[in-house]
Design a protein around this ligand. Structure first.
Ligand code: ASP
Length: 326
């Protein structure tokens, strides 16, 4: 019987890390082929092709590299893969998942995974996460769900997932909505049906800079004053509470929003920005009046990726359409 085709790419991260010498820290050196050898049972489930596209800590991935990975993944689907799995570092997984999800124009699943413990640590979670990710990528119930993150027996949608713990095995969560599915024994169980997706065109320019600044108590406004002069094409603010800033920042934001798109998200890590509750200067009503857009449920980092992609395809005017308040 012909097995379904599955394509896997390794980009680096803890899942690919080990120490060259016992006295040194771990670094990404483990190839995709070696990762694959840790889950021999996969050969019974799929005809697998695997490539090592990078050996990077995920903090050093960038949008240009991700666009190359995306075109590799598109090619795999064209060649008959029914799903694609990418392994990478977990530190930026919530951002890469969002980036790919906005651009993934297939019904077939694209699944991202990684590990919290390197291959040399007791209880390494890389092999289990990779096998789970492959099972999810092979499941017909994963179709039309875009990009998902599989970690620690849970499936998270790209739009909701966040890294919410620095070192714990249970490092990923989807605040408010929870995981979209689970791995139960060997089977993939979804808790919710797929939702319609909004796919963007590929960026035609990639040099745009989008700044992300976090509001903090008694912060000065020097960086804000210089954002436009420095050539930034957009600004995301991780605001206090429901999307608020100081009076000082609000005044600067009014000037900036006349020149470039400004989006205000919440720095709290969970929940949406408000729209019509607070009337003080620097509150959401004031900021909206001053030309900023409230991010709704989009977290600051995901908002920055959306803005980068929209500016990249000259569609920044559509920003409001992509921001969800529900
Ligand atoms: N701690 C990280 C990881 O989980 C390192 C990285 O993001 O590359 O992979």
């Amino acid at each position: 019987m012909d097995l379904p085709k599955l394509a896997i790419a390794a980009l680096g991260g803890t899942v690919s890390m080990q120490a060259r010498h016992a006295s040194e820290g771990v670094i990404p050196t483990v190839s995709g082929e070696t990762l694959l050898a840790s889950i021999p049972e996969l050969t019974l489930l799929a005809e697998v092709s695997i490539e090592t596209l990078g050996l990077l800590p995920s903090a050093s991935l960038d949008f240009g590299f991700l666009l190359n990975v995306l075109s590799w993944a598109n090619f795999q689907i064209k060649q008959g893969a029914i799903g694609v799995v990418i392994t990478q570092g977990t530190d930026t997984l919530e951002e890469t998942a969002t980036f790919f999800d906005y651009l993934w124009d297939h019904d077939a699943p694209l699944i991202l995974t990684g590990a919290m413990r390197s291959a040399v640590q007791a209880g390494a979670d890389g092999p289990a996460n990779l096998l789970d990710a492959c099972r999810v990528a092979l499941a017909s119930s994963s179709r039309q769900r875009g990009v998902q993150v599989v970690m620690n027996g849970q499936i998270h949608s790209a739009s909701a997932v966040r890294k919410t713990d620095s070192l714990a095995l249970q490092a990923f969560s989807s605040p408010i909505v929870g995981p979209v599915g689970l791995l139960v024994e060997d089977s993939v169980r979804y808790l919710r049906p797929p939702v319609p997706r909004n796919v963007l065109p590929l960026p035609v320019q990639t040099t745009q800079r989008i700044a992300l600044l976090e509001a903090s108590l008694s912060a000065d406004s020097l960086l804000l004053e210089n954002i436009v002069g420095l050539g930034y094409a957009g600004l995301v603010i991780a605001g206090f509470g429901a999307g608020h800033v100081s009076v000082n920042w609000a005044e600067r934001i009014e000037t900036i929003a006349q020149k470039i798109p400004v989006i205000v998200a919440t720095r709290t890590g969970s929940g949406a920005t408000a729209r019509s509750t607070y009337g003080f200067d620097g509150g959401e009503i004031d900021l909206t009046r001053k030309g900023a857009l409230m991010a709704g449920f989009l977290c600051p980092r995901k908002a920055r990726i959306l803005l980068w992609l929209l500016v990249g395809c000259h569609r920044q005017d559509e920003l409001a359409k992509h921001v969800s308040h529900t």
